[in-house]
Write a protein that binds this ligand. Structure first.
Ligand SMILES: NC(=O)c1ccc[n+]([C@@H]2O[C@H](COP(=O)([O-])OP(=O)(O)OC[C@H]3O[C@@H](n4cnc5c(N)ncnc54)[C@H](OP(=O)(O)O)[C@@H]3O)[C@@H](O)[C@H]2O)c1
Length: 257
């Protein structure tokens, strides 16, 4: 199998870092890791080099980009035109500490979240597709959230941006499947990372193992964790106002005080 190239956004921590380590452990993947500050990628690179040992054929590259800025997204793909696997993972504003009503949220945070969760993955997909289509193969993982599956009071903007990404990904998967491109909308449940310090959350390693298995099986939507699959598929059967009311009640009942 020839060596392929994966570009992972938000690779400096959490789920993105685990994607990088899992692909490094699989072998056969050149890796491009993206963060706003490449210094934060140094420990990840060290772990990857240890996994690769002395394999001189594999290439590890770090890239600095604030993905909310259009020119930085464009230059990132101009510098790296050949991508076989794009993982749109960078994200902000989840976990208990992020719970807030909209009037408590700043304009910058709201715009930044919409840009990072909606504009950035849509444009990165658009930019990598010509290369993938010319080779009639390629894969994209868009990291959405279980929050994409129902409106979420106190995380209103977060859940709505992830819904955008879910619907976008499923539609794109349908457009691209006949042309050889796989698109997976990954909906992780609560995952223990820098952005979510809930100790009961799943590990990022388990989320990534499930995600790569779902991609291998050509799935289009994958919700991590059986309990999440049961609860969030059930919520989708309720009228939307009921599921929002349930989610708001649940957030208030379970948030740490
Ligand atoms: N953890 C959870 O419970 C959970 C559940 C469902 C879905 N998710 C989703 O999973 C993804 C990863 O979450 P995580 O918990 O692993 O996050 P995390 O540990 O907090 O890491 C977030 C990553 O996003 C990057 N990032 C943030 N803003 C950026 C920007 N403007 N431009 C470029 N990169 C940026 C950060 O890189 P730098 O700071 O180094 O730039 C960092 O690598 C997110 O999309 C999140 O919504 C998480």
């Amino acid at each position: 199998m020839p060596t392929q190239t994966a570009l992972i956004t938000g690779a400096s921590s959490g789920i993105g870092k685990e994607f990088a380590l899992a692909l490094a452990a699989r072998g056969g993947w050149n890796l491009i890791l993206v963060s706003r500050d490449t210094q934060r990628l140094a420990p990840v690179c060290e772990d990857i080099r240890n996994l690769w040992q002395n394999d001189p054929t594999l290439v590890l590259k770090t890239e600095t980009a604030d993905l909310t800025i259009e020119s930085q997204r464009d230059h990132l793909i101009q510098r790296n035109p050949t991508i076989d696997l794009l993982i749109n993972n960078a994200g902000v504003g989840f976990g208990f500490s992020a719970l807030a009503t909209l009037d408590q949220t700043s304009a910058n945070a709201t715009t930044g979240m919409i840009d990072l969760h909606c504009a950035a993955p849509a444009h990165l997909c658009r930019l990598v597709l010509p290369g993938m289509l010319s080779r009639s193969k390629g894969s994209i993982i868009n990291v959405c959230s279980r929050r994409a599956l129902a409106p979420m009071p106190y995380l209103a903007c977060y859940a709505a941006t992830k819904s955008f990404l879910l619907y976008f990904s499923v539609a794109l998967a349908s457009e691209m499947r006949p042309r050889g491109i796989r698109v997976l909308a990954l909906c992780p449940g609560s995952t223990h990372t820098k952005g979510n310090n809930n100790r009961k959350a799943a590990s990022a390693t388990s989320v990534v193992t499930q995600a790569l298995a779902a991609l291998d099986k050509n799935k289009t939507i994958y919700i991590t964790g059986l309990a999440n699959r049961l609860v969030f598929n059930a919520l989708r059967l309720l009228p939307m106002t009921w599921s929002a009311a349930f989610q708001g009640w649940h957030a208030n009942a379970t948030r740490p005080r």
